[in-house]
Design a protein around this ligand. Structure first.
Ligand code: FMN
Length: 195
């Protein structure tokens, strides 16, 4: 039996925010034998992504935050993107992390696409807006990214809040958090592939 290893990638620009609070509520429900690793992108900032895909081979990083994130991503059976909703999509920290995936797809020896295929991408987000459909661009970014990599997609856990701690008053979100990671995570499909 494969032991699952969850990587939580925190993408807020402030510590102890609503997104992390909600992600931790969901993570509390994971069985103890499931490994959890938490990496805060604000504490481990990635450099701006430089697009060398068509110029030269990417070299596998061996040190620094890029290596840390690449190795942690490859080691995870489940990647949880915990990003606040910023301008209706993922935060800049998370966007930069995803941009680096494009380099990792070309990094010799990383086998990024083959390794990630079949693994599961999840999302957690907090937003100030009451109407959750405004987060559709974030959901689409994560779902389409999972589809591109042949990953499973477990969906996005949404919670409402503006200032830190607000999400703890969103009882429906806290209830959803209790069973979020028990959800079925089907293979992600692009919208045009939907049956
Ligand atoms: C740069 C920025 C952009 C934001 N954009 C949105 C938005 O598009 N829609 C929304 O509902 N809330 C938006 N918010 C509010 C945050 O999503 C909200 O405060 C959330 O609780 C922050 O999560 P955190 O506490 O985990 O950082 C924005 C906040 C910031 C700082």
């Amino acid at each position: 039996m494969t032991t699952r290893r969850f990587l939580f990638v925190l993408g807020s620009s402030r510590p102890d925010g609503n997104t992390e609070l909600l992600a931790r509520r969901a993570a509390e429900q994971l069985p103890e034998d499931i490994e959890q690793r938490w990496i805060d992108l604000a504490e481990h900032p990635l450099p701006d992504f430089e697009d060398l895909r068509h110029d030269s081979d990417h070299v596998r990083p061996t040190q620094g935050n890029v290596a840390l994130l690449l190795d942690a991503t490859l080691a995870a059976t489940d990647v949880v993107i915990a990003s606040p909703l910023y301008w209706y999509s993922v935060s800049a920290h998370v966007k930069r992390y995803l941009d680096h995936w494009s380099g990792w797809l070309r990094t010799p020896g990383a086998d990024f696409k083959a390794t990630m295929a079949g693994r599961t991408l999840w999302g957690v987000t907090a937003l100030a807006h009451e109407e959750q459909e405004v987060a559709d661009p974030l959901v689409g970014t994560l779902s389409n990214s999972a589809a591109y990599l042949g990953m499973r997609f477990g969906g996005v856990l949404l919670g409402n809040g503006s200032k830190p701690g607000d999400v703890l008053a969103d009882c429906e979100a806290l209830t959803r958090a209790k069973t979020f990671f028990e959800q079925d995570a089907p293979l992600a499909r692009f919208p045009y592939e939907a049956a």
